[in-house]
Design a protein around this ligand. Structure first.
Ligand code: 1GP
Length: 255
């Protein structure tokens, strides 16, 4: 039975314990660079791999998932841009509903195409409210989905969107500034969303310093996602891991 991240993070939402996910974009990795990141992830503490990207132009994804399964025990969660990127070798999939946008294809259309494949698979399915936030420049995700992201300085729009997603039954919220965002989602917006909903809140996009990682955790993020900066500078993986571990250790001390 694959590891169930849903149960795990729902419990930790109550205790305040944080998780760290490394995003692996199949287009940006070859076998050697993937193995290096797997090695570093095993040596540090990484809770999950998210595998995917907003525009996949290669056929590397299956190889990357296979490599992870061969060389690591860290769970692999697909982070797909559309229904074509389902891979039954993974442990689970974020079934993303792009609730910051108004494009029916990413609110229900892709889900209809994916449903029979997912029902016939052993993948854990994690229904996730995906919210793109305008973090300074247009991202591949907003362009490819044909949606307008939530304005950077409008935390209330984000919190109302998250509330609506939770009321509709979504089990996670994902606040994303987009890969390589010029700046991360603001602490104000993260806090507003975390206060608005009881489900775990995943935060990613543009986290490229230990300070930004810490700020997102302190604002309330339950799961931190880092991709781009780890690809450029693999040593950053251990830095983020240590920020998350130190945060969790502080919780233990105060318990
Ligand atoms: C993007 O949230 C992820 O969808 C991660 O962003 O690549 O900027 O770390 P980065």
């Amino acid at each position: 039975m694959p590891f169930n991240i849903l149960r795990e993070t729902q419990q930790t939402r109550r205790t305040g314990r944080k998780h760290f996910a490394v995003l692996l974009d199949p287009d940006n990795l070859d076998e050697a660079s993937c193995l290096q990141l797997l090695h570093l992830s095993e040596a540090s503490h990484v809770d999950f791999f998210f595998v995917g990207g907003s525009l996949i132009t290669t056929e590397n994804q299956a190889t990357i998932v296979q490599l992870i399964k061969q060389h690591s025990r860290i769970p692999v969660i697909l982070f797909p841009s559309n229904s074509l990127h389902i891979d039954k070798q993974a442990d689970g999939i974020l079934l993303l509903s792009l609730i910051s946008g108004r494009n029916p294809d990413f609110l229900i259309g892709q889900h209809v195409l994916s449903a029979p494949i997912l029902k016939a698979s052993n993948l854990h399915v994690y229904p996730t409210g995906y919210m793109l936030v305008d973090c300074g420049r247009q991202t591949t995700a907003s362009y490819m989905s044909g949606t307008t992201p939530i304005p950077y300085d409008k935390p209330t729009i984000a919190s109302c969107t998250a509330m609506a997603g939770e009321l509709l039954g979504l089990k996670y919220m994902y606040l994303d500034g987009g890969s390589g965002a010029a700046k991360p989602v603001s602490a104000e917006m993260i806090t507003a969303v975390c206060e608005a909903v009881d489900v775990p809140v995943i935060v990613g996009g543009g986290i490229n310093t230990a300070e930004k990682a810490k700020a997102a955790l302190e604002a309330g993020a339950d799961v931190l996602v880092v991709g781009n900066h780890i690809e450029k500078n693999p040593g950053f993986l251990a830095e983020v891991s240590s920020v998350v571990n130190s945060y969790n250790l502080t919780l233990d001390v105060h318990r």
